[in-house]
Design a protein around this ligand. Structure first.
Ligand SMILES: Nc1ncnc2c1ncn2[C@@H]1O[C@H](COP(=O)(O)OP(=O)(O)OP(=O)(O)O)[C@@H](O)[C@H]1O
Length: 463
C-alpha cells in the first residue's frame, strides 16, 4: 500500500473509531438507565476516578519520572551521528481499569519501578478522601498489578435480604456467607470441615445464618439435615418449624432425646467408616464428593449449651442429667473428630462459646468459627481464639449496636486477621417455601448406608 493510499483510508478509519466510541457510549447509557440508584452513583464515580487519575496519581507519588532516552530518541541520535535534541523526562502513570458496582468501584492498577503494593497501601486513605469513599483497601492482583477496592457506604451497616433460588447448588460444600466490609463475597469451603461453631448474643443472627445454609442446600439430594434445638420442645415450635419437613431427625431441649440422636449419628459415622471403601472406592468422601446415595450429613446443634452444660447436685435426677450431658459431649466429640472423611458436619450454635457451653475438646477442633456480637472480650476470645485480641477493630464486642444485627466476625482461609461479614436475612416464608418444595428429598442417611453396602456386598439391588 502506498502512502497516498494510506492517507486516503484515514476518513474511514476515523469513522470506524467514532462509531466504536458512539457504541460504547450507547452501551454505557443503556446500562445507566437500567441500573438502580446506587449503581448509577457508582457509574458516575467510575468516570470521575478515570478522569482524575493522572493528576491524583502524581499528587500521591504513584508516578515515576523516567529520564532514560526512549528507544526512538536513541535511534534518531544514532542516525544523526550521536547528535540529538535533549529529551524531556517522561512521567509514567500506572494504567488503570475501573469497574463499578452498587457499593463503589474496583480499580485494577499496574505497578511501576519503585511504585508497588506498599506505596498504594500508604496512599489508600488519601485515595478514599479523593474518591469520597468510607473505605479503600489495596490487595495484590498477580505480578505487577494491584486491586484497589473503594466503597462509598459501609456494607456492614446496611441489612441485606436473601431470596433462596430453590435450585440445587453445583457444589454443596460452597457456603456463601455474605459480603465483607469491602462488599466482596465471603465464601467458605465446607469440604473436609468436620465442625463449625457459631456464637453471639441472643437475637444477633445465629439461627438466621443457619437457616440460609439449610435453604441454599435443601434443594440438593446430596445433603441431609438433623437438628437438635435446645430452645424448643417439638419440631413444630421454635426456629426450625418452617424447615421441619426437610429434616430427617429433630429433637428439642430434652437431654435424653438429644442423647438418642447423637448415638444414632455416631452409629451412622461407624457404619459409614466401615462401608466407605467398599461403597465409594475411596477413604475420604471429599475425594469424590457427596452424592444422593452418600449425602453430606449436617447435624445442627442450636443452643448447644442445653446439651452439654454441667449439672451439679447429688440427687438422682441431677446425676442422671450430668451423666447424659457428659455422654452427649463424648458422642459429639466422636462426630467432630472422626466424621470429616465420611461426610458428617456438625454445626454448633450458642450464645457464648465458653467451655461450659461447648466443651473445649469439641470447640477447639472445629476449623471454622464465627461470632456475632459479644458482650466481653473474654467471650470473643472463647469464640474466635486468642488472636482476636490483636485485631481490636474487628472484635465482635464492637458489634453490639443494633445496626450490626446479622454481622459476624471470622477467619477466612487465605486472609490475614479477621473478616467481618454482613450475612443476609432469609425471611421465614422463603424457608417454608423451600422446605415444602424439597420435602421429597428427605432421606435417613443410615438407611442409605445399609442399601449401598448390600448393593456392593452381594451384587444384588438394595431394598
Ligand atoms: N442477617 C440478618 N440481617 C438482618 N436482620 C437479621 C439478620 N439475622 C437476624 N436478624 C433479625 O434478628 C432477629 C433474631 O435473629 P436470630 O433468631 O437469627 O438470632 P439468634 O442469634 O439465633 O438469637 P437466639 O440466640 O435468641 O436464638 C430476626 O428475627 C431478625 O429480625
Amino acid at each position: 500500500m502506498t502512502p497516498p493510499e494510506i492517507v486516503g483510508l484515514a476518513p474511514e478509519v476515523a469513522g470506524a473509531v467514532l462509531a466504536l466510541v458512539l457504541l460504547r457510549g450507547v452501551v454505557w447509557l443503556v446500562r445507566y438507565i437500567r441500573a438502580d440508584r446506587m449503581m448509577r452513583v457508582s457509574m458516575r464515580q467510575a468516570i470521575r476516578v478515570r478522569r482524575s487519575w493522572r493528576r491524583l496519581a502524581r499528587m500521591q507519588g504513584l508516578t515515576v519520572t523516567d529520564r532514560t532516552p526512549s528507544f526512538w530518541a536513541q535511534v534518531s541520535a544514532g542516525a544523526n551521528g550521536g547528535q540529538s535534541k535533549p529529551q524531556e523526562p517522561r512521567v509514567l502513570v500506572p494504567k488503570i481499569r475501573v469497574r463499578a458496582d452498587r457499593f463503589g468501584v474496583e480499580v485494577r492498577a499496574t505497578t511501576l519501578p519503585r511504585v508497588g503494593l506498599a506505596d498504594y497501601q500508604k496512599a489508600a486513605p488519601y485515595l478514599a478522601d479523593a474518591w469520597r469513599c468510607t473505605r479503600v483497601s489495596v490487595l495484590p492482583d498477580g505480578p505487577g498489578a494491584v486491586r484497589i477496592r473503594a466503597v462509598r457506604h459501609d456494607p456492614l451497616a446496611s441489612a441485606t435480604d436473601h431470596v433462596p433460588s430453590g435450585q440445587a447448588p453445583e457444589v454443596v460444600s460452597r457456603w456463601n456467607l455474605g459480603l465483607d466490609e469491602y462488599a466482596a463475597e465471603v465464601v467458605v469451603s465446607l469440604a473436609e470441615v468436620p465442625g463449625v461453631t457459631v456464637a453471639g448474643l441472643p437475637g444477633f443472627g445465629k439461627t438466621s445464618l443457619i437457616n440460609k445454609l439449610i435453604c441454599d442446600l435443601a434443594p440438593s439430594s446430596a445433603v441431609q439435615f438433623a437438628v437438635a434445638d435446645g430452645k424448643a420442645s417439638t419440631a413444630a415450635e421454635g426456629d426450625y418449624a418452617d424447615v421441619a419437613d426437610r429434616l430427617f431427625a429433630f429433637v428439642g431441649d430434652d437431654l435424653a432425646a438429644g442423647n438418642e440422636l447423637f448415638n444414632r449419628m455416631v452409629e451412622l459415622r461407624r457404619a459409614r467408616s466401615a462401608a466407605i471403601r467398599s461403597t465409594l472406592g475411596v477413604r475420604n468422601v471429599w475425594h469424590c464428593g457427596p452424592r444422593d446415595s452418600w449425602p453430606l450429613v449436617v447435624l445442627i446443634i442450636d443452643e448447644a449449651h442445653t446439651f452439654f452444660r454441667e449439672h451439679k447436685g447429688n440427687d438422682p435426677g441431677t446425676k442422671k442429667l450430668a451423666a447424659l450431658a457428659a455422654e452427649n459431649a463424648r458422642l459429639v466429640e466422636d462426630l467432630v473428630k472422626k466424621g470429616r472423611s465420611v461426610g458428617i458436619l456438625v454445626i454448633l450454635a450458642t450464645q457464648k462459646a465458653t467451655g461450659d457451653a461447648i466443651p473445649t475438646f469439641i470447640r477447639d477442633v472445629c476449623p471454622v468459627g464465627l461470632s456475632f456480637a459479644q458482650k466481653t472480650i473474654e467471650a470473643a476470645v472463647a469464640a474466635l481464639g486468642e488472636d482476636i485480641r490483636n485485631w481490636p477493630e474487628a472484635s465482635p464486642v464492637a458489634l453490639q449496636d443494633p445496626t450490626y444485627v446479622g454481622v459476624a466476625v471470622m477467619t477466612v482461609q487465605g486472609r490475614a486477621g479477621f473478616t467481618r461479614v454482613r450475612t443476609p436475612y432469609v425471611d421465614d416464608s422463603h424457608a417454608a417455601r423451600i422446605a415444602a418444595d424439597t420435602t421429597h428429598l428427605t432421606r435417613d442417611p443410615a438407611a442409605l448406608v445399609v442399601g449401598e453396602a448390600r448393593w456392593n456386598g452381594n451384587g444384588a439391588e438394595a431394598a
